[in-house]
Write a protein that binds this ligand. Structure first.
Ligand SMILES: NC(=O)c1ccc[n+]([C@@H]2O[C@H](COP(=O)([O-])OP(=O)(O)OC[C@H]3O[C@@H](n4cnc5c(N)ncnc54)[C@H](OP(=O)(O)O)[C@@H]3O)[C@@H](O)[C@H]2O)c1
Length: 242
């Protein structure tokens, strides 16, 4: 299916996976709303790369974990685009520490950006997605959504929540023709990993471009075979041991 002239909203659009997804979708002719945290430069760089492919872009910057900001940014975006066909919940935050050293405030923050923000955006987007002829929601989960990872309790809990949300949503809206997917990467060499796992060097790790390619494939494919969720492990991990 051609994605040309579709409208995608993507969170975390200035980050590693977000930026490459913006570029990959722009190459398919998708017009893109870029949501980011508080780094306007990163969002502008992503938007410029997309514009080089000849598509329209709109930037909406702000802390999405603030409910008022989130609703306000979403409504502003809708007022300029008139609707959307694709929602990609990609913004996220990781944290690596033993449970005893994971403050409940960190837990709340991670649950908010990784699970509550996607929940809220999905609720806001659904009336518009239902009007689209080929609507998709794609949530960027993680391998930690599928297993119990030590030293990552808050992150693991949040991504299990996001995967659960993905499954329920998918079952609820398939009658409306809305396809819902989860992509669960293993280690991707982005700023998130560089900060949360300084022990990793990038050797054998997935490139954000590779995840963007997979996301684009899933969104483009509109046949009778549907990819619900896809787990992507990195090359230097033993297969099937996520
Ligand atoms: N890298 C990996 O190994 C890996 C593996 C599995 C899953 N993932 C998932 O992939 C997604 C993208 O991560 P990444 O690796 O590309 O990391 P990244 O480069 O750090 O990007 C994360 C993005 O999330 C945005 N974000 C974080 N908190 C936000 C907030 N409160 N409001 C708005 N935006 C916020 C950041 O925006 P600002 O920079 O503007 O704050 C940033 O653009 C995340 O959901 C992550 O959990 C990553």
């Amino acid at each position: 299916m051609s994605l040309k002239d579709r409208i995608a909203f993507i969170t975390g659009a200035g980050g590693g996976i977000g930026r490459q997804t913006v570029v990959a979708l722009a190459k398919e002719g998708v017009n893109i709303v870029l949501f980011g945290g508080n780094n306007l430069n990163k969002l502008q760089e992503s938007a410029l790369l997309a514009q080089k492919e000849g598509v329209k872009t709109w930037i909406f910057e702000g802390d999405l974990t603030d409910d008022n900001i989130l609703v306000n940014l979403f409504e502003k975006a809708i007022s300029v685009t008139g609707g959307l066909d694709i929602l990609i919940n990609n913004a996220g935050m990781a944290y690596s520490a033993p449970i005893e050293q994971t403050d409940v405030e960190i837990f709340d923050k991670i649950m908010k950006i990784n699970a509550r923000v996607p929940f809220m955006l999905i609720k806001l987007a659904l009336p518009y997605l239902k009007k689209s002829t080929r609507a998709s929601v794609l949530n960027v989960a993680s391998v930690v959504a599928h297993a119990g990872y030590p030293l990552q309790s808050a992150y693991t809990a949040s991504k299990h929540a996001l995967l659960g949300l993905t499954k329920s949503l998918s079952a609820e809206v398939y009658k409306d023709g809305i396809r819902v997917h989860a992509v669960s990467p293993g280690g991707v060499y982005t700023d998130m990993v560089k900060v949360s796992r300084p022990d990793l060097t990038g050797e054998g790790m997935t490139k954000p471009e590779e995840i963007a390619e997979i996301i684009t494939f899933i969104l483009k494919h509109r046949g009778n075979a549907v990819v619900d969720e896809i787990i992507v492990h990195r090359a230097n991990k033993q297969p099937f041991l996520i």
